[in-house]
Write a protein that binds this ligand. Sequence first.
Ligand code: FES
Length: 201
Amino acid sequence: MSESGSPPSPPPPPAASKPMPRPAGAAVPRRPRPPKQRGTDLEPPRKPAQLRRRTLSWLSLSGVLLAMTGCTVKFFFPRALFEPPTTFKVGYPSDYSFGVDSRWQSKYRIWVVRDAEKIFVIYAVCTHLGCTPDWVSSANKFKCPCHGSGYDSAGVNFEGPAPRPMDRTAITLGADGQIEVNVLKLFQHDRWDDEDSFLPA
Ligand code: FES
């Protein structure tokens, strides 16, 4: 305490310490790195449009994967092929009157024909390139819609590019009296007198 009775003055603040001069050639200390950032830290928050796009992408990808799976599964299942039978019955001889009967054309691709002496079956395949001709009753001929070949009621070609008459199928009488047709056994015109190529009328 001073003699005058006034309180003692506080001690002066210490002088600011100056950085020590770096000696020549000394290594410069590095500044500390900022904390490491990860990918998610760098992404800005997603907007609704982005989320919608991403959802759509996932949906598309799922659709493609689903379709591919479906195709793979389908591959392992055999495909049923529905073809008309090659041997079948077409009723009794008395069901057919004189002329060309085209009732089986779309189902079996045949015409049943009765003339004065016999019943025979024409296989409805054009001998040019295999189209199915139509029976044109008003003109009394078969007419091929593809390139215009014409055949008479016996199946003999007379116009257009067809190179020969249409074939006839094997025809027999079954035990039940019905006509049985076999389209796997065909007769070209030089064999139209063969036993199985007609039935007596
Ligand atoms: S396929 Fe019949 S005329 Fe050509």
